[in-house]
Design a protein around this ligand. Structure first.
Ligand code: NDP
Length: 449
């Protein structure tokens, strides 16, 4: 593990002490702090004003009870969270995750990442994240609705278009956002479109928001490849996950002339050497809420389903981890490197373990960190807020072009900052320093608050 500048080491020690057991939060914070060594030297004012310590402490953390009644009349109980991490650049902004593994440490890691991602996006939004340890899998629509209504019955008092603007994440898509927005509207008696993003197109949503994270990740990958005189066209891609981010990443890979040869879900992965049929994946995962294993029965051809195992054993030019945190280990990295991968670009948040990232960097594989590569989702959420504020709605082509420009700008910002701080080609350093300094400057301007 790289050593930290002494000033940053004491911040990290304090963070671990104050947030015991929250290992994902420790991991995310450590990665940022490892990049900030040169900044402490060139900008002593940040350390003097304790900006780095303050940025590591959320402005507000809300934990609440979410009781609801299942279809058999049984009372169920979950725990809800909203961590309002940093509002230096705008209202707290970040998604809601519904997954049984969610605990405070998950939400804090995601909220922390979100501060720098949102800053990098160039949009006026702060960082936050929320969710619950609720598992929507296997639940009826009516159960999901009752859960969402109960969740919002507490959350509504903490959010607002100028305060905190949630969106979707794992387990929270269009259906859940509909129930959440409906309950917010009912309780407050206000049609406050800008309070949530990822809304349906007929009730204040933006074109391209559904596609934005996946499309943006692939646009970012395209810029990374271009910087190395390589092209996405003609390349093969492996994508983990088959949810929102994975599906639209796959769609954009095809748009740009590549082929997706494997995708996965938490039960296993499919390999389709002739190219994964993304329409079939959409039908299974989006419309039927089914399992990726159903793909092979319907596709025929040479497609195979492998239960368990690692999707990263499938050879490819481009690896796009789009499922969940720490899904790509050092062992998986070694397999990808051995098979000649050119670039690894994170569609998910923190999907690569720190030793996997080091392995890619040491092997000269281009590595795009999630806080830069997947920022297209939140950036398009900010475009949704912009449309809501002006009571306007833009068409698909215009909105997608805005996203494309934003992703090119983020790539440029990361590349230039990395070079400026003596680490050319290191997008981790570029993203962390560029994201951090903008927030830090705003915090300095506000004084000690
Ligand atoms: P979805 O719920 O739509 O899809 C998640 C996918 O990942 C599913 O295929 C799921 O498989 C798989 N998955 C989830 N948890 C695990 C696990 N523990 N092990 C293996 N596979 C798992 O979520 P999204 O596509 O929205 O999010 C994916 C990632 O992208 C997350 O890291 C999220 O934070 C990040 N992200 C999302 C954004 C968005 O706009 N949605 C924006 C920026 C980042 P299964 O169905 O079997 O559970």
């Amino acid at each position: 593990m790289p050593t930290l500048h002494p000033r940053l080491a004491s911040v990290f020690d304090e963070l671990v002490r104050r947030n015991p057991g929250e290992v994902e939060f420790h991991q995310a914070a450590r990665e940022v702090l490892e990049s900030l060594g040169p900044v402490v030297v060139t900008h002593p004012q940040y350390a003097e004003a304790e900006i780095i310590r303050r940025i590591c402490e959320p402005e507000r953390q809300i934990i609440f009870r979410v009781p609801w009644v299942d279809d058999s009349g049984q009372v169920q109980l979950n725990r809800g969270f909203r961590v309002e991490f940093n509002s230096a650049l705008g209202p707290y902004k970040g998604g809601l995750r519904f997954h049984p593994s969610v605990y405070l440490g998950t939400i804090k890691f995601l909220g922390f990442e979100q501060i720098f991602k949102n800053s990098l996006s160039g949009m006026p939004i702060g960082g936050g994240k929320g969710g619950a340890d609720f598992d929507p899998k296997g639940r009826s629509d009516a159960e999901v609705m009752r859960f969402c209504q109960s969740f919002m019955t507490e959350l509504y008092r903490h959010i607002g278009e100028y305060t905190d603007v949630p969106a979707g994440d794992i387990g929270v898509g269009g259906r859940e956002l509909g129930y959440l927005f409906g309950q917010y509207k009912r309780i407050t008696n206000r049609y406050e479109s800008g309070v949530l993003t990822g809304k349906g197109l007929t009730w204040g949503g933006s074109q391209v928001r559904t596609e934005a994270t996946g499309y943006g990740t692939v646009y970012f990958a395209q810029e990374m490849l271009k910087a190395r005189d390589r092209a996405l066209e003609g390349s093969t891609a492996v994508i983990s996950g088959s949810g929102n981010v994975a599906i639209y990443a796959a769609e954009k890979v095809y748009d740009l002339g590549g082929t997706v040869v494997a995708m996965s879900d938490s039960s296993g992965y499919i390999v389709d050497p002739t190219g994964v049929d993304i329409h079939l994946v959409k039908e299974i995962k989006e419309r039927r809420r089914g399992r990726i294993s159903e793909y092979t029965d319907e596709r025929g051809s040479g497609a195979r389903f492998i239960r368990g195992g690692s999707v990263w054993d499938v050879p490819c030019d481009l690896a796009l981890p789009c499922a969940t945190q720490n899904e790509l280990s050092a062992k998986a990295a070694a397999s990808l490197i051995g098979n000649g991968v050119l670039a690894v670009v994170e569609g998910a948040n923190m999907p690569c373990t720190p030793d996997a990232v080091r392995a890619f960097q040491e092997a000269g594989v281009a590595f795009g960190p999630g806080k830069a590569a997947n920022a297209g989702g939140v950036a398009t959420s900010a475009l949704e807020m912009q449309q809501n504020a002006s009571r306007d709605s833009w068409n698909f082509a215009y909105t997608e072009e805005r996203l494309h420009v934003i992703m090119r700008d983020i790539h440029e910002r990361c590349a230039t900052t990395a070079e400026e701080y003596g680490a050319p080609g290191n997008y981790v350093v570029g993203a962390n320093i560029s994201g951090f300094t903008k927030v830090a400057d705003a915090m300095l301007a506000f004084g000690v608050i």
